[in-house]
Design a protein around this ligand. Structure first.
Ligand SMILES: *[C@@H]1O[C@H](CO)[C@@H](O)[C@H](O)[C@H]1NC(C)=O
Ligand SMILES: *[C@@H]1O[C@H](CO)[C@@H](O)[C@H](O)[C@H]1NC(C)=O
Ligand SMILES: *[C@@H]1O[C@H](CO)[C@@H](O)[C@H](O)[C@H]1NC(C)=O
Ligand SMILES: *[C@@H]1O[C@H](CO)[C@@H](O)[C@H](O)[C@H]1NC(C)=O
Ligand SMILES: *[C@@H]1O[C@H](CO)[C@@H](O)[C@H](O)[C@H]1NC(C)=O
Ligand SMILES: *[C@@H]1O[C@H](CO)[C@@H](O)[C@H](O)[C@H]1NC(C)=O
Ligand SMILES: *[C@@H]1O[C@H](CO)[C@@H](O)[C@H](O)[C@H]1NC(C)=O
Ligand SMILES: *[C@@H]1O[C@H](CO)[C@@H](O)[C@H](O)[C@H]1NC(C)=O
Ligand SMILES: *[C@@H]1O[C@H](CO)[C@@H](O)[C@H](O)[C@H]1NC(C)=O
Ligand SMILES: *[C@@H]1O[C@H](CO)[C@@H](O)[C@H](O)[C@H]1NC(C)=O
Ligand SMILES: *[C@@H]1O[C@H](CO)[C@@H](O)[C@H](O)[C@H]1NC(C)=O
Ligand SMILES: *[C@@H]1O[C@H](CO)[C@@H](O)[C@H](O)[C@H]1NC(C)=O
Length: 625
């Protein structure tokens, strides 16, 4: 018996045993509090506490004060999956300063604070919010919460996103000798070797993903007694014009039956391919619209400044889930006047249609057949399940506050899908160690029947966060302290899976192994994401058409898309044809390949912060009994 158990037993005799499980010890691991302390210490190391500029000599990367780190890695792999490439994946990366990662870290810290496990350092939190607010799209009027992934620079009347470190690396590549470029290619970093040629692809438009997670975090901050007033004032000053933000999302949504405008009725050929079975079931005489990723269309790109990579908009189920999360936070926390203003008929249709796409994705297990396209920017499928799960948790917890029946119907449908197919997927993918503890893994370093356990901790953290968010609700007391409670219908195999998964993460060394992840990526990340699919829109940016069957593939100059809905028989015929002289690869070939290396973003800060949020939720559940 450990000392603490003995201490607890001793206290029991005096009738004051701690109901809090802070001191509960797991058979083979750390107490919740000990593991949380360890993780938050590690998280602190991932924070940029000072502003640093990029310097060639002595080499120094740009770091923006207040942000948490993430690195761009290459998914280098060779035929034998040798240790050398494992080292490259783990240790070679370019630090990136984006707002996205920090947003999730702050949100997870807020989870912990609400559950009473950590205290928020208001000074540091404010610094991080200051940093995030700098990513607002400055081409929009003040107050419109449209955000871009990277901070913008100004040139000739336009603000365009500018990734400080990548751009500098691209400049360096320009003057690099050929042998050095060849070495980079050999190291599995071919996209670094051509960074100078693809620098234009860095000039991303603002997007619904970054914008919506900012809204979700902001609304939480505005309503939290745990955040000081100065932070709230800053946030609302920059983000108060929600109505115009949703005008933008409506304007750039995908509307396949809108014949008046080819920019909005045309979809990325990859997205069309992954969803053609669904899209062709749609009723052509009713409206249909889906939230897209980019807050921009083919028509209003600005050359070399604001361009959609590949020039055609797409939708991504993970991005849509984040877009819904922003909207749900608004709908639950606004009065009826605001709800009526923002949530007009058009947005209601967009909301309903987009959630139906998500439900189709869950129910059809698209995470098995084409995760690479359905989640175009998220190689981790557990990202997707958790992004949906946190919507379900938020809505189930606030069911009485839902302002109208349409949303209630959507919530019931999402709740059902996640408690059935969503849960089945997660339970079906557990792995067990020799002691019967459960864990999950995705794909980093798994090839040729060999694994280096690179993304195990992250995958386990995300899968468990998803399961807990699907099957629990939060109850908040008047001090803002939150408690998690299991749905009374929770099946035994779910609670057992959660418990055995937590045992893995409470082991002493669980966060001292690899904390790498593929939290997100660009859209090109498998042989299937190279846009070799049927299309009926095929022209250069200057308007000249090209023959899509025989032309050379030129990513930056070509517009490739599917306009409207193609009759299914015809589409099946088109799948048999050659596009850019290549056959369509219909089956998902996996994320690891010795012939294709692509960039992905890894952020141990995400593994730590989401891990801390998870342990806090679990502790709260344990303290119920
Ligand atoms: C890969 O493994 C095979 C079999 O073990 C070996 O013959 C071959 O030389 C290895 N190739 C490389 C590039 O290491
Ligand atoms: C600056 O913008 C104007 C109008 O948008 C355009 O005509 C001109 O070519 C641009 N100049 C440069 C150097 O990009
Ligand atoms: C088509 O719609 C998009 C998005 O609303 C808009 O930016 C673009 O200007 C429109 N194009 C035309 C030709 O009207
Ligand atoms: C298609 O939508 C129209 C208009 O909303 C409706 O009248 C019609 O019944 C629908 N058709 C089918 C087959 O659902
Ligand atoms: C489709 O949406 C447009 C714009 O919101 C609206 O004017 C039109 O009545 C809608 N059509 C149907 C069939 O609902
Ligand atoms: C509704 O909320 C908005 C924004 O917070 C506020 O300006 C308005 O006064 C509120 N209206 C009512 C009727 O409470
Ligand atoms: C899409 O939304 C429209 C309302 O704008 C609705 O009539 C239609 O049934 C929806 N379709 C789907 C598949 O969600
Ligand atoms: C979600 O589904 C579960 C299981 O079917 C049910 O117990 C629960 O009441 C549902 N939640 C809501 C808010 O409808
Ligand atoms: C569950 O796992 C089994 C065995 O790995 C597999 O055959 C089955 O298709 C999986 N089902 C789902 C829904 O993922
Ligand atoms: C991996 O193992 C399976 C089963 O043992 C075998 O069939 C397959 O060829 C192996 N794959 C590689 C790439 O060695
Ligand atoms: C979990 O239990 C439920 C109900 O007891 C059952 O329907 C389901 O098939 C089980 N799921 C798995 C993946 O074992
Ligand atoms: C349009 O752009 C393509 C690709 O850059 C080029 O080959 C073609 O000559 C251009 N056409 C015209 C009319 O400028």
């Amino acid at each position: 018996m450990s000392k603490i158990q003995f201490f607890c037993l001793f206290l029991t005799f005096f009738g004051i045993c701690l109901t809090s499980s802070q001191f509960r010890i797991n058979s083979n691991g750390l107490s919740y509090q000990e593991q949380l302390k360890e993780i938050t210490r590690r998280l602190e190391d991932q924070r940029y506490n000072q502003q640093k500029d990029f310097k060639f000599f002595p080499p120094q990367f740009y770091e923006m004060k207040g942000l948490y780190s993430s690195n761009i890695h290459g998914n280098a792999m060779d035929k034998n999956n040798t240790f050398f490439y494992h080292l490259i994946r783990e240790y070679v990366g370019c630090p990136d300063s984006n707002m996205f990662v920090t947003n999730f870290v702050l949100s997870a810290m807020l989870d912990c604070a609400e559950l009473g496990t950590i205290e928020i350092d208001q000074e540091k939190f404010e610094e991080s919010i200051d940093a995030i607010l700098q990513f607002r799209d400055k081409n929009q009027k003040e107050g419109i919460p449209s955000y871009s992934f990277w901070k913008q620079n100004y040139k000739n009347g336009t603000w365009y996103s500018y990734p400080q470190n990548l751009q500098k690396v691209a400049e360096m590549i320009k003057i690099m000798p050929d042998w050095a470029k060849k070495l980079l290619i050999k190291l599995g970093l071919p996209f670094v070797a051509v960074a100078d040629k693809i620098a234009d692809a860095f000039h991303l438009p603002p997007d619904a993903d970054d914008s919506s997670v900012n809204i979700a975090l902001g609304i939480r901050i505005m309503n939290s007694p745990l955040i000081r007033q100065s932070i709230k004032e800053k946030w609302i000053k920059s983000n108060h014009n929600l109505q115009e933000y949703y005008q933008l999302l409506k304007k750039y949504s995908y509307k396949p039956f809108d014949v008046s405008n080819s920019s909005v009725n045309t979809l990325d050929v990859r997205t069309y391919f992954a969803f053609h079975n669904y899209l062709q079931t749609l009723n052509k005489t009713s409206n249909f619209s889906v939230f897209t990723t980019w807050i921009r269309s083919t028509d209003d790109q600005i050359p070399s400044m604001i361009e959609i990579p590949g020039n055609t908009n797409n939708f991504d189920c993970s991005v849509i889930s984040n877009t819904l999360f922003g909207l749900h936070n608004i709908l639950l926390n606004s009065n009826q006047t605001v709800v009526n203003e923002i949530f007009d008929e058009e947005l209601q249709g967009l909301y309903l249609n987009s959630t139906n796409v998500i439900i189709y994705a869950i129910d059809s297990y698209i995470s098995k057949s084409h995760p690479d396209i359905a989640f175009l920017y998220y190689p981790s499928v557990y990202d997707f399940y958790w992004f949906v799960a946190r919507n379900v948790h938020l809505l189930n917890s606030n069911y009485d506050k839902i302002p109208n029946q349409l949303i209630k119907d959507v919530v019931d449908a999402l709740n059902k899908s996640m408690k059935n197919q969503g849960t089945i997927y997660i339970l079906n993918n557990t792995l067990a160690d020799k002691n019967g503890n459960l864990y999950w893994q995705e794909f980093l370093g798994i090839y040729n029947n060999k694994t280096y356990h690179e993304d195990e901790t992250f995958s386990t953290v995300m899968a468990l966060n998803a399961l807990i968010d699907i099957w629990t609700i939060s109850k908040t007391d008047e001090n803002g302290k939150v408690k998690r409670i299991f749905d009374s219908q929770t099946p035994q195999n779910v609670t057992t899976t959660i418990q055995k998964g937590m045992q893995t993460l409470l082991k002493k060394n669980s966060f001292s192994k690899s904390n790498q992840n593929a939290f997100f990526s660009g859209s090109f990340k498998s042989l299937n994401t190279l846009s070799i699919y049927p299309m009926n829109v095929n022209h250069y940016l200057n308007g000249t058409e090209f023959d899509p069957h025989t032309a050379d593939f030129i990513a930056l100059q070509q517009v490739k898309g599917v306009k409207g809905i193609i009759d299914e028989k015809e589409y099946q015929e088109m799948l048999k044809q050659k596009w850019f002289n290549l056959n369509v690869i219909e089956e998902f070939t996996g994320y690891n390949s010795q012939i294709l290396s692509y960039p992905y973003w890894s952020s141990p800060a995400i593994t730590y912060s989401m891990g801390a949020s998870l342990i806090s939720k679990y502790q709260s559940l344990q303290s119920n009994d």
